[in-house]
Design a protein around this ligand. Structure first.
Ligand code: PGA
Length: 252
């Protein structure tokens, strides 16, 4: 089993200066942690600078998005190789905000996952249901479909690089987290789906993390669930103390 993964998705927040002061505080607060993979996903304008500030710490960097082409006439886009070159080890793919606002379909998510792995970036693939889908009992169907299409054509050997983030859309930025039991049920079904589609040893290596209103006061109970391997944190990752507390969850 890999270490738990706690990732902070800063979204479109922080200038380069604000990002630097956040990282300097965070670095100090978690300097003794080595039992967790700690990842931050700042806006791409800050990544290169922050990479210098995290040198010698256990903090790793992620892009918030990537384009699947290697280079060319794609104004405004950033390739996986470019993210690698400025210090990223991970990249978030298919966040619900990108799916809802910027046209990231399952097919695009799949292309981005292939491109990321090819360049040596570890994809964090986001899936999750809307409130209507939850209320019509379609959560598992939605999430399983998203995962199958996102992972299409990936080689079994690359699965260990992969993280799936289950982020119910109704829980993102709302303060209404899924209960640990509800999240565990979905994570467990995702794990079973992966066992069906890939060999068990390979599927076991995929981390399944939870996202959606993760805070210092609910992280411990979420992490106590057997199939929750970490968290993708939005709002609370913009506060160094809160994020440091989340990283230092108490395993019960
Ligand atoms: P939140 O965001 O923690 O603010 O709910 C999570 C996410 O969007 O990844």
């Amino acid at each position: 089993m890999q270490k738990p993964l706690i990732a902070g998705n800063w979204k479109m927040n922080t200038t380069i200066h604000e990002g630097a002061s956040l990282v300097i505080k965070l670095r100090e607060l978690i300097k003794s942690i080595d039992s967790v993979d700690v990842v931050i996903a700042p806006p791409s304008t800050s990544i290169h600078h922050l990479n210098q500030l995290i040198a010698g710490s256990s903090i790793q960097l992620a892009g918030q998005n990537v384009f699947w082409k290697e280079n060319g006439a794609y104004t405004g886009e950033i390739s996986a190789e470019m993210l690698r070159a400025i210090g990223c080890s991970y990249v978030i793919i298919g966040h619900s905000e990108r799916r809802a606002l910027f046209g990231d379909t399952d097919d695009r998510v799949n292309k981005k996952a292939h491109a990321a792995l090819k360049a040596g970036l570890k994809p964090i693939i986001c899936v999750g249901e809307t409130l209507e889908e939850k209320e019509s009992n379609s959560t598992l169907g939605k999430v399983k479909g998203q995962i199958m299409r996102a992972l299409a054509g990936l080689k079994t050997g690359s699965l260990k690089e992969l993280t799936i983030a289950y982020e119910p859309i109704w829980a993102i930025g709302t303060g209404k987290s899924a209960t640990p039991e509800t999240a565990e049920e979905v994570h467990n079904s995702i794990r079973e789906l992966l066992y069906e589609d890939y060999d068990t040893a390979a599927a076991k290596k995929i981390r399944i993390i939870y996202g959606g209103s993760v805070k210092p006061d609910n992280i411990d109970s979420l992490m106590a669930q057997p199939n929750i391997d970490g968290a993708l944190v939005g709002g609370a990752s913009l506060n160094a103390e809160d994020f440091a507390r989340i990283v230092q969850f108490e395993s019960v």
